[in-house]
Ligand binder design. Structure first.
Ligand SMILES: [Cu+2]
Length: 168
């Protein structure tokens, strides 16, 4: 009995070591809730939103997708009462802190869409991180005007830093 417990203890230690090793190498960035809004009419641009977290800290430096000619990192800011957006070099992921791109703030801007984004579609997106390298994820297309990854609706007047309603 005593030796069995010792064996069990030893295997748990091995398991913990293996799990720790897996987390320490390869991609350190966890990516979830990757979504975009469906594009109305003949719109040529779209924005992608995503939640990312890195245990050790990292930086999103670029993105690409076959769905559009270009994918740029943008931030939307309120400037003299008008919403404006500009390109940024990267988006920092502080160690252990989830960063959520959402309407009214940071987003991945697509220009030159190959075709309109339709609700319910999925398409691939490659995110490039300074340390973790390239990571491919899938974008879920929500309805026109959606405010969150589950298709939450809002009043369309999103402001920087505004908290989005929680999923029901
Ligand atoms: Cu933009």
């Amino acid at each position: 009995m005593r030796s069995r417990l010792a064996a069990l203890g030893a295997s748990l230690v091995l398991f913990a070591a293996a799990a720790g090793g897996a987390a320490a190498q390869g991609s350190d960035v966890e990516v979830k809730d990757v979504w975009a809004r469906a594009t109305p009419g003949g719109a040529q641009t779209a924005a992608i939103y995503v939640t990312m977290a890195s245990a050790a800290g990292d930086r999103l430096t670029g993105a690409s997708t076959p769905a559009a000619q270009t994918a740029e990192l943008h931030i939307m800011t309120l400037d003299n009462g008008a919403m404006k957006m500009r390109q940024v070099d990267g988006i920092d992921l502080p160690a252990g802190q989830a960063v959520t791109l959402k309407p009214g703030g940071y987003h991945i801007m697509l220009t030159g869409l190959a075709q309109p984004l339709k609700e319910g579609q999925n398409f691939p997106l490659t995110l490039t991180f300074a340390k973790a390298g390239a990571q491919q994820v899938t974008v879920n297309v929500q309805k026109v005007g959606a405010m969150g990854p589950g298709g939450e609706t809002g009043n369309g007047m999103s402001m920087p830093g505004m908290n989005m309603p929680m999923k029901p």
